[in-house]
Design a protein around this ligand. Structure first.
Ligand code: URA
Length: 446
């Protein structure tokens, strides 16, 4: 790497500078962030991005699980332009050989802000047209991926630029992370495998692929309005090769929790007849007199009488256990009220705090991993909801793939603090990810 002399006089910026600002971070990973030019703090400390914009950048990197040590940070010019103006073309030209040598080993270059993008890519149009669109640039005769994005300072008052920079950091994190491991899959159903009454295109082939490759999987659903047999029948009707044993509902998880953590306790179940029968068949003692526990499920047969019974039991000291936390349940063309509002009602009316079992509680993920015989760290949770599917994997410290075939779109992902390991348009894309990883070259699609 060629470095300017500490007393460099190649352009007029030498007149006002305190010191030359050299690149910082780790050149070994091949990822380089290029800013526009040092500001006041950088000029004093001799390090790029240590002022306010550096704080924003570091906070965003941290959110995506990496730090300055995973990238190299530099600027198009190494000395501070007066009054923080953009560097002039002749100043950038004087520093160009240094920049080129800094990029010589790069796999990925990120241009932070208009003037860095202009210098590297020669682009002068509206930022909105190119932000986060990867292009190939040539550096010293080599092709390198370049991602243009907003400067951290531009994100201070502008939500759109903030979410775009957040997206850039998500993509960078994909380049930094080790390749994904596909030891076993946990699959959300609605929005992931099927939508309402129709399979997601390519989902059946995906399940057949998992069977052929002998990769274990479990279907996971928070929906506790039906017994497991309902879901296996539904999957069968939609053409999926799945049995009751392939399904883990939040009711199943709650039953297992009751058996292992609340053994012998008597339960009042706010549940559909099917789900109550499932609990009873699993050995849970159900009662509507003086129970130890009220189990709240997604009871689509709920009545005023059931609500008041549960209220009185909870007031009398029974523990509240809810199968899952969702506020809404997707239907063919809209949403139904799920159990979240009921949990809050009972919590508030009875001054209690519910134990909530389903996603995003990591308990369900750990149960599924155990069932598959795969360490949680080797599993991948696949789902369409950031705040349940992806949040559960994040809490358990495991891998996840967000599919954009259901509730979440790219705009929501850009706003989100919950970050999936990878993103796919649908499960149809996953076989090529798995095969790519086997060949040692999987990287999440940009
Ligand atoms: N802005 C930049 O472009 N670079 C820095 O180093 C600091 C602020």
């Amino acid at each position: 790497m060629i470095r300017p002399d500490p007393d460099c006089r190649l352009c007029g910026l030498c007149n006002g500078r305190t010191q030359v600002v050299y690149p910082d971070g780790n050149p070994g990973k091949g990822i380089v962030f290029v800013g526009e030019g040092p500001g006041e703090k950088e000029d004093i400390q001799g390090r790029p991005f240590v002022g306010k914009s550096g704080g924003i950048l570091e906070e965003m990197m941290h959110r995506h699980g990496f730090s300055r040590d995973d990238v190299m940070i530099t600027n198009t010019v190494k000395c501070r332009p007066p009054d923080n103006r953009d560097p002039f073309p002749d100043e950038m030209a004087a520093c160009r050989p240094f920049l080129e040598s800094e990029l010589a080993e790069a796999r990925l270059v990120v241009g932070l802000g208009k003037s860095a993008i202009r210098d590297i890519m020669g682009y002068v149009g509206p930022m909105a047209d190119i932000v986060n669109v990867p292009v190939t640039i040539e550096v010293a005769g080599r092709e390198v991926v370049f991602i243009p994005t907003y400067h951290p300072t531009a994100t201070i008052y502008n939500k759109k630029s903030r979410s775009e920079l957040n997206e850039t950091m998500r993509v960078v994190s994909q380049w930094i992370r080790p390749p994904m491991r596909f030891g076993g899959f946990m699959l959300d159903m609605d929005g992931t495998i099927y939508k309402g009454g129709a399979p997601i295109p390519g989902a059946r082939e995906f399940i057949s692929f998992l069977r052929e490759q002998r990769i274990p999987f479990v279907f996971l659903t928070n929906n506790s309005s039906h017994a497991r047999s309902f879901y296996s029948e539904k999957l069968g009707r939609l053409g999926f090769d799945a049995s009751v044993d392939d399904i883990l509902t939040s009711t199943t998880a709650t039953i297992r929790f009751l058996i292992s953590e609340r053994f012998g306790k008597r339960v009042y179940a706010v549940a559909t007849p099917d789900v109550a029968a499932e609990m009873e068949n699993a050995g849970i003692e159900l009662t509507d007199e003086d129970p130890d526990i009220v189990v709240l499920t997604f009871d689509t047969t709920i009545t005023y009488e059931k609500i008041n019974k549960a209220y009185r039991f909870l007031k009398g000291g029974a523990e509240l256990i809810a199968t899952h936390p969702d506020d809404l349940c997707p239907t063919e063309d809209s949403y139904d009220i799920d159990i979240g509002p009921f949990i809050r009602m009972f919590e508030q009316m009875c001054q209690t705090q519910a134990v909530v079992i389903g996603k995003p509680n990591r308990l369900m993920l750990e149960m599924a991993a155990r069932e598959m015989g795969v360490p949680p760290s080797e599993t991948v949770m696949v789902g369409d909801r950031l705040y349940t599917d992806i949040a559960m994997a994040a809490r358990a410290g495991t891998q996840s793939i967000l599919v954009l075939s259901g509730e979440t779109d790219r705009a929501m992902l850009r706003e989100s603090d919950t970050v999936p390991t990878a993103v796919a348009d649908s499960v149809a894309d996953i076989p090529s990810m798995v095969l790519g990883a086997r060949r040692g070259r999987f990287r999440s699609p940009l």
